[in-house]
Design a protein around this ligand. Sequence first.
Ligand code: SF4
Ligand code: SF4
Length: 253
Amino acid sequence: MLRPEDRFRFDCHKGLDCFTQCCRDITIFLTPYDILRMKNALDISSEKFLADYTHTLVGENGIPVVALKMSDDEARSCPFVASDGCRIYPDRPWSCRIYPLQPESTKITEKAGRLYFSVMDVPFCKGFFEQRESTVHQWLEDQEVFVYMEMEQHFKKITQNPFLVDKIIANKKIQQMIHMACYDLDRFRRFVFDSSFLDQFDIESAEIEKIQTDDTALFQFAMKWLEYGLIGQQGLKVKPGVMAARKETLGIS
Ligand code: SF4
Ligand code: SF4
């Protein structure tokens, strides 16, 4: 078990015989931020990215998860691998960046501000025989993993809320709402701007302007909406007139 200050030996480069061998026959679950970066790198919509490159599954807790669809060649290659490496390298998913490390922290250690990692055991990977030595922290920084960890916190904050822990989300509409907010950002943007959404919620005009074009801001906004919808947090506020009308419809004073 490694802490951020511990050292390990690993390097990866085109000169190794195993180059790109790790980009075949693997299961890669994509985080919401992975999808945001990958669909923008490919300059396609989230809908097209999800349809062409992913499978959606529903986890035991009812929360949808998205996995990268491997090509149907004999090697089950990643759709983005080419002979000279990853075609979307600057926007490769989190799990490709963090390799050969994997997180081992628990909710308890994270709460106490302690992160732990282990080194994966991949027998064909020659990178472990290279001379480069890094601390875990240096590796995460070099691979730009921290921004992915920060984005993941928005979603973890919701799923690890005591109100949702140990609950199973069985309602299909709620599952679709989670899927749209997390993974299908372009559809979420249309939902915000082409429905009565903005008439319902009190949102500052600067934020409205930002989420029109900035996907990262839109994702953060989508997480506030999920938080509001799933656990009733006050990240979003309903307009006073709307609340009064709702109370009247429900007969609440
Ligand atoms: S060194 Fe490991 S990570 Fe790098 S290409 Fe080879 S198998 Fe993949
Ligand atoms: S996304 Fe890139 S780095 Fe990750 S498996 Fe595919 S080709 Fe390899």
